[in-house]
Design a protein around this ligand. Structure first.
Ligand SMILES: Cc1ncc(COP(=O)(O)O)c(C=O)c1O
Length: 438
């Protein structure tokens, strides 16, 4: 199928795989309250309540969560030397932070918020349904022998470019489930190795992510002993991520950073299939309303959210449909076709999408390392282009005009760094070498 994208200032850049910014013409105020959407703001509160109820169990399964009493949280880091290195010294860039999901405990990436959540919620539902967990029972019962015996009769399956598989595999094995991860050809060898060591069955497909997910779904269909974490449609994953917005809100408040009509907040979120950035965006819109503007970021050859949302089509449009290759070193974002569920929810809620070149990902990885000792994998760095696009790109300037953002000095930019702390040292050094060669 060949698709012709509609006229738009970003169109030529997108088709030529040049970094660019597309602002969403369908972006609206108040979109989070749209009752026709398949999710409601109250679901974010429910997800937060679920995380709180599961916290003692998480703490039991993962001793590294002791200090946070079972919460899976990341730091908010203000950029100092890295800010200068990125060229963001001027006051027109307001405040710039990193939300360091790259360092999240349990899975070392933003996927800990979604994958761990979905597996633990499923475990609780299953144990309740099987009469093993009563209403007033201690949730830590799910880490006991009886629960493990039950869970060992089930398999959790997932399709993944790598990090979702890691988070689901780690969570599943921690509770005693069997786990199967269907990996796309982009998956890095160290992620496969780590899962295999945990006793996860890894099925490697010589195909892209969409095909890996489809295969995983086919295997799971009709087999009641397999629970399939469906990255293309899962509400649980989406809501697991969404709760991050409360965490960010607490952190900004604790630092005395206001978010209101005069002090807008911008989030820059690396996007693969869209679940993680979509979930965070949804939560952020619930928490900060129209004072937050969320942008996805994608590799120039894999801008699946951009091309689909720009197309205006009801049917999903893939990057192949517009002649792009889906080839990128950013394995977490090597996705040719976005989630239909996320596309529906984001239609009026997403401010825009920008694209980045692979070389820049490595350059930023090197700078984050050498200035503020922040350890990232290539996908996780993509958001660093955000403040520049917003402040300097013609589309960013038009966006600010349209939304009456006159005082950019008051703005707060949050670059969501989405993975990296689990990267083995040898692999990390090869990333740094690649960065040094640029
Ligand atoms: C490091 C990293 N960043 C961002 C993403 C994008 O998440 P999603 O595919 O849910 O859009 C991924 C996905 O695996 C990832 O591994």
């Amino acid at each position: 199928m060949t698709i012709h994208l509609p006229a738009n200032p970003a169109r030529a850049d997108v088709l030529a795989a040049r970094p660019t910014l597309w602002c969403n013409p369908e972006y609206r105020t108040g979109a989070v309250s749209d009752t026709s959407l398949p999710v409601r703001p109250s679901h974010v509160d429910e997800a937060q309540a679920n995380w709180s109820r599961l916290a003692p169990l998480l703490e039991t399964c993962f001793p590294e969560l002791e200090a946070s009493r079972g919460a899976i949280r990341s730091e908010l880091i203000e950029l100092t030397t890295l800010r200068d290195a990125l060229g963001y010294r001027g006051e027109q860039f307001g405040k710039v932070f990193v939300k360091a999901d790259s360092d999240l405990p349990v899975a070392g990436s933003i996927k800990a918020r979604g994958g761990v959540y979905e597996v633990f919620v499923f475990a609780e539902q299953l144990a309740t349904q099987e009469g093993l967990l009563g209403k007033h029972d201690d949730i830590r019962k799910l880490a006991g022998q009886e629960a493990r015996a039950l869970f060992s009769t089930y398999t959790i399956a997932v399709g993944s470019t790598g990090n979702l598989g890691l988070s689901v595999g780690i969570a599943a094995r921690a509770l005693g489930f069997n786990a199967t991860v269907h990996m796309s050809a982009d998956a890095k060898a160290w992620k496969v190795e780590r899962l295999t060591k945990l006793g996860v069955e890894v099925v490697q497909h010589e195909a892209d992510y969409t095909v890996a997910v489809e295969n995983a779904r086919v295997v799971a269909d009709g087999d009641h002993s397999i629970y399939f974490v469906d990255d293309e449609q899962s509400r649980q994953l989406f809501l697991g991520y969404s709760v991050a917005a409360y965490e960010l809100s607490d952190q900004l408040r604790a630092r005395g950073v206001p978010v209101d009509a005069d002090y807008p907040l911008f989030l820059y979120l690396p996007c693969g299939i869209g679940g993680a950035p979509g979930g965070v965006t949804y939560g952020a819109k619930k928490v900060f309303g129209d004072n937050v503007h969320c942008f996805f970021v994608e590799p120039v050859q894999s801008p699946c959210a951009l091309v689909h949302m720009m197309s205006g089509s009801e049917d999903l449009v893939s990057v192949y449909d517009v002649g792009l290759t889906n080839r990128t070193e950013a394995d977490g974002m090597a996705v040719a076709r976005m989630s239909a569920f996320v596309a529906t929810v984001m239609r009026n809620m997403l401010a825009g999408v920008f694209t980045v070149a692979d070389n820049d990902l490595f350059k930023w990885l090197g700078l984050a390392h050498s200035t503020q000792d922040i350890r990232l994998e290539p996908s996780a760095t993509a958001g660093f282009a955000g403040p520049d696009f917003l402040v300097n790109h013609p589309a960013g300037k038009r966006f600010c005009q349209q939304w009456n953002i006159t005082n950019l000095e008051n703005a707060t930019h949050v670059v969501w760094t989405t993975g990296g702390s689990f990267v083995p040292q040898e692999q990390y050094e090869s990333f740094l070498e690649q960065a040094a060669r640029l």
